[in-house]
Ligand binder design. Structure first.
Ligand code: NAG
Ligand code: NAG
Ligand code: NAG
Length: 371
């Protein structure tokens, strides 16, 4: 009897010692807002399932997994690096699913600006009405099932990371065939304001650490390159990227950084990180072989999941439909399907954020390296 109690006590003590000794995770949870760059299943849930042999997801998940890439996205690599599970998509939550480690509100096709804006502006309506502010509404609706009182929420969000974007790429895309770069420039301050507004609201809701990504070098993106298809040689830089569109994004990112600075001053208790997606991704196009991609200058800008068109992009036959092909080694390509990048590219970009130097200030030290 004595031995039994002793064993029990040792066991229970051991258990408690273990629990109290185990270090808390750097981030207990991640909440993400954005578009297809970080959507892990919200938009896909609203469509009929992709055929199981679709090339989407094929490299990592071996089946379509709600993501518009051949494998993991930047957000997946971040979650892994911090010892967290892949973020469940809000629209694909199962009953009783654990949401305490975070939820993903990003929706493919979504815009920073409200969908009514596009109609008023006489440009293509966005692919979805689930703009950033709509996603924020979803967060507010879900919040009571995450935490109850202000005190409980503050305690919980203290260790959460909130990602606001990337968003804005689709706002620009909607304007592409109707407006000049100079005209698109005029909507940049509004886009930035929408992102800053969302960030302010999250801080009011209790967010303490937030990361706001800028936009990608869209001038190097196969979807933009093929849609713009400029015949003017002077529009392209030495890497084959469209100068006017990269300059537009540089302007957007400068405005965004200014807005972040204002948010920091207004909210000294919050840590607001800028994710430099632009330079993180641009280096991949500039010295691709250094990051394991093909050194073939003709190939590097092309989509891997290809159809017949400039840069392997043809909007009439998108990746996955009959007649499209997948390149022999997706890990050698940056671009997956025109608009989206490959898992290999997202991995490099995530590494640049988590391990530096493309997050300012830095994220907390990760538990694992991204390899
Ligand atoms: C929804 O979640 C299930 C797992 O719970 C997963 O197998 C499926 O691929 C997800 N669907 C989408 C569209 O993300
Ligand atoms: C967006 O909302 C408008 C007005 O409610 C609707 O007509 C349109 O079909 C919606 N678009 C999408 C893509 O759901
Ligand atoms: C940002 O918030 C302010 C204050 O609520 C509002 O007046 C403005 O229209 C919002 N801007 C955008 C682009 O949503």
């Amino acid at each position: 009897m004595k031995i039994f109690i002793l064993v029990c006590i040792t066991f229970i003590c051991g258990f408690f010692v273990n629990v109290s000794n185990s270090n808390p995770l750097p981030y207990e949870s991640i909440f993400n807002f954005g578009d297809s760059i970080s959507d892990t299943g919200n938009a896909m849930k609203s469509f009929p399932p992709m055929p199981s042999n679709s090339p989407y997801g094929s490299t990592y998940f071996k089946h379509p997994a709600g993501r518009l890439s051949n494998g993991r996205l930047i957000i997946d690599f971040i979650a892994e690096a911090y010892g967290l599970p892949f973020l469940p998509a809000l629209k694909n939550l199962t009953k009783d699913q654990d949401i305490t480690k975070g939820v993903n509100f990003a929706f493919a096709g979504s815009t920073a600006l409200e969908s009514e804006f596009f109609k008023r502006h006489g440009v293509d309506p966005p692919g979805t009405n689930n703009s950033l502010s709509v996603q924020l509404g979803w967060f507010k609706d879900l919040k009571p099932s995450i935490c109850k009182s202000k005190e409980e929420c503050d305690g919980y969000f203290k260790n959460s990371l909130f990602l606001v974007g990337e968003i804005g790429g689709n706002d620009i895309l909607s304007h592409l065939t109707h407006k000049t770069v100079t005209e698109i420039r005029e909507i940049v301050p509004l886009m930035v304001e929408a992102i800053a507004n969302a960030t302010s609201i999250l801080i009011e809701e209790g967010a303490i650490e937030l990361a706001i990504p800028g936009n990608f070098p869209i001038g190097c993106n196969a979807a933009f390159l093929s849609t713009v298809d400029s015949k003017k040689k002077e529009d392209y830089d030495e890497f084959g990227c469209l100068i006017p569109y990269n300059t537009l994004v540089e302007y957007f990112n400068e405005q965004l950084k200014n807005a972040i600075e204002i948010l920091r001053q207004k909210n000294p208790q919050a840590k607001i990180i800028y994710f430099d997606y632009y330079n993180d991704a641009k280096r991949l196009y500039q010295t691709p072989q250094q990051y394991g991609f093909t050194s073939d200058k003709n190939e590097i800008l092309k989509a891997c999941c290809a159809s017949n068109g400039p840069y392997n992009v043809n909007p009439k036959t998108p990746c996955g439909v009959l007649g499209t092909t997948v390149c022999s080694d997706p890990s050698k390509q940056i671009n997956w399907d025109g608009a989206h990048l490959t898992e290999a590219a997202y991995k490099m970009i995530a590494k640049g954020l988590v391990e530096g130097p493309f997050a300012t200030p830095s994220l907390k030290t990760s538990l694992f390296k991204i390899v």
